[in-house]
Write a protein that binds this ligand. Structure first.
Ligand SMILES: [Zn+2]
Length: 283
């Protein structure tokens, strides 16, 4: 595996060589930062946990060096933060029994630069080696530039693959902005009820972020529980945790489909639902 950056790394928790480690992948997630995968793609991690026939591979695209810091980390330089966050991501890969964890080590600036095609090349190489059935990434209506930048680059990489090498499903998941706003027919709901202890462990290893003053661990579990209860107004709760995703598969089935127009269609259906209800209730 030769990545564009010499500082990129592929970590295999069970010590298998890179090629067979990646080749066993069935579920794969591409996230901007260390901890994004555990926040947005837990259902994929859970589906592969303790399975011989299903394997989760995580790809973190940026180096995380610019993150806020406090507590025991408050005097850390950007480079020291980068090392801490890399270590934390590897801990998550061990806890979650990932097939492999890739750290591409790009700056946020590189991901926000539409002309920089190096991340696209790395992603394409990984997808070719892993050939996943299901791919998770950030949803394109996320409010973090670097997150949406990852989605844009991943989409380019996926569209460059031969049609028979593309995954069966591509999901845009929740981190910065949830997807509760989408109409129910547009939502893919993933059951995240299982192994709450594992969820807590996967979110909890990112101590540098949580000690930095952001309780992502509590907020993420809270969002999952809120979705489980508020998803359907009738009947009792069917799950104790849900995450929502935007099904992005049409964008890889038809590579000419415009990403922006695709998202606007979702927003349009939301707008119509809201205005339709109000119109119905005003006499
Ligand atoms: Zn992030």
């Amino acid at each position: 595996m030769k990545f564009k950056l010499d500082t990129a790394e592929l970590f295999v928790p069970d010590g298998l060589p890179a090629e067979p480690a990646l080749a066993r992948t069935t579920h794969m997630a591409f996230g901007a930062h260390q901890d994004d995968l555990e926040i947005m793609a837990y259902s994929g991690i859970l589906e592969c946990f303790q399975r011989e026939d299903k394997w989760f591979t995580g790809v973190v695209v940026t180096n995380g060096s610019g993150s806020p810091r406090d507590d025991v980390y408050k005097d850390y330089s950007d480079d020291e933060m980068r090392i801490v966050r890399r270590k934390e991501q590897k801990k998550a890969a061990v806890v979650g029994e990932y097939a492999a964890q890739v750290l591409l080590d790009y700056t946020s600036g590189a991901i926000k630069d539409g002309a920089n095609k190096d991340p696209v090349a790395d992603m394409a190489m990984l997808l070719n080696a892993a050939r996943p059935d299901i791919v998770y990434t950030h949803n394109p209506a996320d409010k973090h530039d670097t997150h949406v930048g990852v989605t844009v680059k991943l989409l380019e990489a996926l569209r460059g693959l031969p049609a028979d090498a593309r995954p069966k499903k591509l999901y845009g998941c929740e981190v910065w902005r949830d997807l509760d706003w989408m109409i129910d027919e547009d939502k893919t709901a993933f059951d995240c009820s299982g192994h709450e202890n594992l969820q807590a462990a996967l979110l909890g290893v990112f101590d540098s972020q949580i000690a930095g003053g952001k309780r992502y661990d509590l907020a993420t579990m809270g969002r999952r529980k809120a979705h489980a209860t508020y998803h359907a107004s009738h009947g009792t709760d069917a799950t104790t945790g849900l995450t929502f995703a935007m099904d992005l598969t049409p964008l890889i089935v038809d590579p000419s489909k415009d990403l922006n127009a695709f998202v606007q269609e979702h927003i349009g259906r939301f707008a119509n639902e809201v205005s339709g209800r109000i119109a119905k209730l005003i006499s």
